[in-house]
Design a binder for this molecule. Structure first.
Ligand code: 13P
Ligand code: SF4
Length: 319
């Protein structure tokens, strides 16, 4: 703990020295979340991370999360320096949707509005009409559907199916999944609910259908935290990355939080309930990146401009 405290103090001093702000996701190490909040930064879902980075006056943004979050920050603020502790922190949804294959898919269906999840590369966003996050995907697709538009959706098949069922929109889907949420299991969740009859079930929509169907609340990480803070139930079963429990415990200290069951345990399954790429963010590599100014996010200008268009469409919609 003393070594971690010393690193956190060092990181705080470097953030101040470089006039930098830390933008963290709820799934990263709790020490980074605490540091972000203690130094004037933010811990939030991906939509709020994007807005906060864009609107903050600091000329250096340090993004503790995964690569697409750093890219989104750079796309929205090309004049700012965007640092990340480790650029290899990617996402299975991003990896599973290569830009060339995706462009061919879009070319084959020119009659559809192309809607992509935030968890994609800048090049995939550059080919899309809309970017959405889990906190606004449903509203945006519902609006397109109401206007008679057909949708090409990528990459998360579970989130896509959930939106399709909720809105009735005509959606052609890419077949991607989050390796963390894909491991939650409906049958085991039913059994767990029997053991905790008063508990509310909170589910991120990247989870499989059998899990989402049992949810009392389906939503983004911020929406799930709000549900715990505002809920009157004493206990909550949480089907998302267990990094979120840190902030939930801080904001709702008296409530019982229970992790939803996964296909395996930590001995058999490396991605069960915790994202291996989010876990690449630590205090030590945060300090390193602030000291060296590396690694930095760069996005090619022609891709950046196109990707900015599809992100801004979402930001204007939710404004
Ligand atoms: P949120 O936008 O809900 O925070 O989700 C991001 C993510 O990567 C979930 O796995
Ligand atoms: Fe991607 Fe899943 Fe990790 Fe989120 S939790 S960054 S969707 S792999």
């Amino acid at each position: 703990p003393t070594e971690r405290n010393a690193l956190a103090e060092r990181a705080a001093a470097l953030l101040k020295k470089h006039n930098a702000v830390l933008v963290a996701h709820y799934y990263v190490d709790g020490a980074l979340q605490d540091l972000a909040l203690a130094t004037g930064g933010i811990v939030s879902d991906s939509l709020e991370m994007a807005r906060f980075g864009r609107d903050h006056a600091a000329q250096t943004l340090v993004v503790a999360g995964v690569r697409f979050m750093g890219e989104t920050a750079k796309i929205l603020s090309p004049e700012k320096r965007v640092l990340m502790p480790d650029l290899d922190a990617t996402c299975s949804l991003d990896l599973g949707c290569p830009a060339d294959d995706f462009a061919a898919f879009c070319d084959a269906h020119p009659d559809r509005q192309v809607v992509v999840y935030a968890n994609t590369s800048a090049a995939v966003k550059a080919r899309a009409d809309w970017m959405v996050t889990s906190s606004c995907a449903l509203e945006i697709v519902a609006d397109l559907h109401a206007k008679g538009q057909k949708v090409l959706w990528a990459p998360d098949r579970h989130l896509g199916r959930y939106i399709q069922e909720e809105t009735g929109a005509d959606m052609l889907m890419w077949n991607g999944a989050c390796i963390v949420h894909d491991e939650f299991r409906g049958l085991e969740l039913e059994l767990l609910r029997e053991q905790h009859p008063g508990a509310l079930v909170l589910v991120h929509p990247e989870s499989p259908k059998g899990v989402v169907e049992q949810a009392d609340v389906v939503g983004s990480t911020s929406a799930l935290i709000k549900a715990v803070v505002e809920g009157t139930a004493p206990a909550y079963i949480v089907a998302t990355d267990n990094g979120i429990l840190h902030r939930m415990r801080q904001l709702a200290p008296g409530k019982t939080l229970i992790e939803a069951p996964t296909a395996g345990n930590s001995a058999t399954c490396k991605s069960c309930a915790h994202c291996p790429w989010m876990a690449m963010n630590g205090l030590a590599n945060l300090v390193d990146c602030l000291e060296s100014g590396q690694p930095q996010i760069h996005v090619e200008e022609d891709i950046r401009v196109k990707a900015q268009g599809c992100i801004n469409r979402m930001l204007d919609f939710v404004a």
